[in-house]
Design a protein around this ligand. Structure first.
Ligand SMILES: Nc1nc2c(ncn2[C@@H]2O[C@H](COP(=O)(O)OP(=O)(O)OP(=O)(O)O)[C@@H](O)[C@H]2O)c(=O)[nH]1
Ligand SMILES: [Zn+2]
Length: 203
């Protein structure tokens, strides 16, 4: 078992300890990029970076479906589109572990029951805070709502920038990637799809 090293019970902020082998990996990376991990400014960096990555990837510790467990049925028979749009999110691409920063629009057509609107954003963040590709993130959010709310339709559109394209590699700033997943009514009925896309601002 690896030893736990790092700020501990003496730290008033109670930061979690970081295993030595994880810190060593980050120290190796710093050295490989050309800097000296022993210089003062970098001494605590391996533990900080490790904790930051735990935070970026906190989604692995939860099942986003739990957020959809509480539904409301007294909605006066409302059965029109419910849409949460311009939800900012951050993720990291699984190819380069570089930031993906963007916004999502999530809509569903209820089947007699609705969910607290914040829960749609919670589902998004639960899947986004993992290593992702944008296509899978889009599909996972839509599938989770489809399976757990059993609505008539689900539509998810994600528009994001990938730092692996803007800050390195092809270095093309400003380029956005758009992905969408339509299910149920939004997939089958062109008018419903047009309506939801228009409400999302893509009309
Ligand atoms: N489809 C998809 N591609 C992604 C996503 N995030 C990053 N990529 C791409 O993943 C690809 C990985 O390609 P590779 O050729 O294996 O890696 P690379 O040599 O670093 O590629 P470049 O980025 O072109 O320098 C790149 O084209 C990235 O732009 C994503 O969410 N979806
Ligand atoms: Zn990437």
């Amino acid at each position: 078992m690896s030893s736990l090293v790092g700020p501990d019970e003496d730290d008033p902020r109670g930061k979690p300890p970081v295993p030595q082998n994880v810190q060593d990996a980050i120290r190796t990376l710093i050295e490989w990029t050309g800097d000296d991990p022993e210089r003062e400014g970098l001494l605590d960096t391996p533990a900080r970076v490790a904790r930051a990555w735990k935070e970026y990837c906190i989604g692995y510790t939860e099942d986003p479906a739990v957020h959809l467990g509480r539904v409301f049925e007294e909605v006066g028979g409302y059965n029109e589109i419910v849409l949460l749009k311009d939800i900012p999110f951050q993720s990291h691409c699984e190819h380069h572990m570089a930031p993906i920063i963007g916004k999502a629009a999530i809509a569903y057509l209820p089947n007699d029951r609705v969910v607290g609107i914040s829960k749609l954003a919670r589902v998004l963040h639960g899947f986004a805070r993992r290593l992702q590709v944008q296509e899978r993130l889009t599909a996972e959010v839509a599938d989770c709502i489809w399976e757990n709310l059993q609505p008539q339709g689900v539509a998810v559109v994600i528009d994001a920038q990938h730092a692996c394209m803007t800050a390195r590699g092809v270095r093309t700033p400003g380029v956005g990637m758009v992905t969408s997943r339509m299910m149920g009514t939004f997939l089958e009925d062109q008018r419903s799809r047009k309506e939801v896309l228009s409400l999302m601002g893509y009309g």
